[in-house]
Design a protein around this ligand. Structure first.
Ligand code: NAP
Length: 471
């Protein structure tokens, strides 16, 4: 693990093994931290905080730009590790590294542009203003679905603003986390202790980080279930928690939708990263007028994809991340079929590794488990509807509220839905368009707070009120 600028084993000597999801074979081991290791890492981050937060922004920014350069220089190597351990196709993993580098540059520039606020007051010879200060020591607990970019999107704004961090990557992608740490360890000018990486299980290392009394804030991305456990761990010390949690995102396809254009976006999103995207489509409500066309074109797209070894640059979809997740996704497919869904294509699990062929399930209903829960896999759940009147109610009928996708040529009708959809983001005839935007929501069980863009940047600051009477 990378603690206080040194490479260390877990105090207990325990290790965990990670597996290549394309082959099912073990690829290496990482230390398995316990509360003692977490305590040392938090101590290092705390000790580094005064000097790092006290640096002028321009000095910190030099380090952030150096990190970006080092990530670009090592993108090929990071992408290989992510491909081998997570199953990300090479081009996607390489692209994620470029995106990660941009996060550091963007965060440096955005932090430099942040200003405090002066509040007008009626009394003479007084001054009231708000000063933005870093929160302190931040514990990050990250998910496996996009290991490199998920680390960068948290770390970059946090350290740009003077915070120091302890990061716990997902245990099944520990080596990808440590590869990222290795790249950071080569950055000249990054003081020891500013960024620390610990590996280990969520229930031990993650829980110890979330409950540690000297951690000021937790930044978490993962399932809503784990999010609730982390909130409980963080509650006794009343930590600030930014939580990016699960989703089951509705897709509304109106009868006038441009089906080809919609599928270019949605089918790609459905199968990219094997469907392991929080913002991806969860359940599709397709008007009966265009339903058959939508189903057959979706299936044709699914069947056209090249699935296989992520290191082959022509491969478009790799495996799912683990045997456990593969089995979970297969369970949703089997459950939907038992409840009356029709398997249009896919649904086949590989004998070697953790692949599932791109799957399209037609004739699903809103009440099916596969439509109610987050599958997080390469499975499109298609539901036919006839009456648009209850569509918004169906879309909103979920424990989640992360985002919604709308496809219609009647842009006015689409815009009118924005206020009615109880979600944190609405995509009309498109997917995410900007690189830097606020993501996440505090709606229902999908999270608390924002990540990304200026809104996300501000989460890593505390707004200190200063009132001065100079009479
Ligand atoms: P997960 O199982 O919830 O795990 C996420 C992280 O939490 C891992 O590092 C895990 O460690 C750790 N953890 C587990 N139990 C813990 C505990 N009791 N205390 C502290 N930490 C603990 O999530 P995942 O399966 O990796 O990721 C998939 C989920 O993430 C999906 O639900 C998806 O929607 C969500 N997600 C949301 C967003 C968003 O922006 N809203 C983005 C991406 C993903 P271990 O690996 O050791 O279990």
């Amino acid at each position: 693990m990378y603690i206080n600028g040194d490479w260390v084993f877990a105090a207990s000597g325990d290790k965990l093994t990670t597996v290549n999801p394309s082959t099912g074979e073990p690829i290496g081991t990482a230390p398995s931290a316990n509360a003692r290791d977490v305590d040392i890492a938090v101590g290092a981050a705390r000790a580094a905080f005064p000097a790092w937060s006290g640096l002028p922004q321009g000095e910190r920014n030099k380090v952030l730009f150096a990190i970006a350069a080092k990530i670009r220089e090592n993108a090929h190597d990071i992408a290989l590790v992510e491909g081998e351990e997570h199953g990300t196709p090479y081009n996607d993993a390489f692209g994620a590294c470029m995106g990660a580098a941009e996060k550091f540059e963007w965060s440096a520039n955005a932090a430099a542009a942040l200003k405090g606020d002066e509040i007008p007051v009626p009394a003479a010879n007084t001054l009231t203003y708000v000063k933005r200060e870093p929160v302190g020591v931040i514990g990050f607990i990250t998910p496996w679905n996009l290991p490199t970019i998920m680390t960068a999107v948290k770390l970059a704004p946090a350290i740009a603003l003077g915070n120091t961090c302890v990061i716990k990557p997902p245990s099944i992608n520990s080596l990808t986390g440590l590869k990222f740490a290795h790249v950071l360890s080569m950055v000249e000018g990054l003081p020891k202790g500013v960024v620390n990486f610990i590996t280990g299980s969520g229930s031990v290392a993650g829980a110890a980080l979330a409950s540690h009394p000297d951690v000021d804030m937790i930044g978490f991305t993962g399932s809503s279930e784990t999010g609730k456990a982390i909130l409980a761990s963080a509650a006794p010390t009343v930590k600030k928690c930014v939580m990016e949690l699960g989703g089951n995102n509705p897709v509304l396809i109106f009868p006038d939708a441009d089906i080809d254009a919609s599928l270019k976006v949605l089918a790609w999103r459905q199968f990219n990263n094997s469907g392991q995207h929080c913002s991806g489509p969860g359940r599709y409500y397709v008007h009966e007028k265009v339903y058959d066309e939508f189903v057959s074109k979706f299936a044709a797209y699914a069947e056209s994809l090249k699935v296989g070894d992520p290191s082959d640059k022509s491969v478009q979809m790799g495996p799912l991340v683990s045997r456990e997740h593969q089995q979970k996704v297969l369970g949703y497919i089997d459950g939907a079929l038992a409840e009356g869904a029709r398997l249009v294509t896919g649904g086949v699990a590989s004998e070697t590794g953790f692949f599932i062929t791109p799957t399209v399930l037609a004739d699903c209903t809103h009440g099916m488990k596969a439509a109610r829960e987050e599958i997080f896999g390469p499975v499109a759940v298609l539901i036919k509807y006839t009456d648009a009147d209850d569509l918004v109610a169906l879309a909103n009928d979920s424990d989640y509220g992360l985002c919604a996708h709308v496809w219609t040529r009647d842009i006015g009708a689409g815009m009118k839905l924005i206020g009615k959809l109880h979600v944190g983001a609405v995509f009309i005839n498109c997917q995410m368009l900007a690189n830097e935007q606020p993501w996440g929501t505090s709606i229902k069980e999908s999270g608390i707070g924002k990540e990304g863009g200026t809104y996300g940047l501000l989460e890593f600051t505390d707004a200190k009120l200063v009132c001065v009477n100079y009479n």
